[in-house]
Design a binder for this molecule. Structure first.
Ligand code: PCA
Length: 209
């Protein structure tokens, strides 16, 4: 099976992004028995859509899990819905601050993840990894990529399992911020994403994919 995992580069003044580190570690280790493709997207509203679409075209994936960092969240957030809105609280890495705009004018208000979100939640919790289902991926780059990914998935002749997972910051990021904000180790986030991929592969096989 072809599995595409995307991440984001660092943003908001942090030197690293946990999603990029997870994807780099996965790229090095590979995914046994599957074809793994990875892409690290820019935090740039003008170029991220094309780079996402190039990554999809290059991999023609059965499963896509897009990853990003949610600095204020203490647990793995399995996103359920992408909204058709751009409403940035901070500028992206190229200085664009887009507010009150649709991602796709005339597009549906929202798309749901087609990942087996409940099964992933249960698998993570059973493995001792704190996780939650989240009903908002925000209105910044992560939500944008999630929405565009689901828009692509909705147009495929065969069902694609696609969705978005937000990761907490790494402990070193929380330490550098010097506040009492939450964090999760790279090993735990990596284990979570491996488990999520396993669930999606199992579900895909059950669906006769
Ligand atoms: N998190 C941001 C964008 C890049 C990232 O990793 C977000 O939640 O939109």
């Amino acid at each position: 099976m072809r599995v595409l995992i995307t991440a984001f580069e660092a943003f908001a003044g942090s030197p690293v992004n946990p999603s990029e580190q997870v994807v780099n570690a996965m790229q090095q280790a590979g995914l046994s028995g599957q074809q793994l493709f990875t892409s690290v997207l820019p935090v740039d509203a003008h170029t991220a859509p094309q780079i996402l679409s190039d990554a999809i075209e290059a991999s023609s994936p059965h499963i896509v899990i897009a990853l990003g960092e949610a600095a204020n969240r203490p647990v793995i957030s399995i996103e359920r819905a992408a909204l058709n809105i751009l409403d940035f609280r901070i500028p992206d890495n190229e200085g664009n601050t887009i507010t009150d705009q649709p991602i796709l004018p005339g597009g549906p208000a929202a798309y749901f993840s087609t990942l087996p979100v409940r099964a992933i939640l249960k698998r993570l919790q059973a493995s001792g990894i704190p996780a939650e289902l989240s009903y908002s991926a925000g209105a910044y780059l992560c939500n944008m990529v999630f929405y565009l990914l689901m828009d692509w998935a909705s147009r495929q002749p065969q069902p694609v399992q696609a969705g978005f997972i937000h990761l907490p910051s790494l402990p070193e990021q929380a330490a550098a911020r010097g506040n009492s904000g939450p964090s999760m180790s790279l090993e735990t986030s990596l284990q979570a994403i491996r488990a999520a991929i396993e669930c999606a592969i199992e579900q895909h096989a059950q669906n006769g994919g």
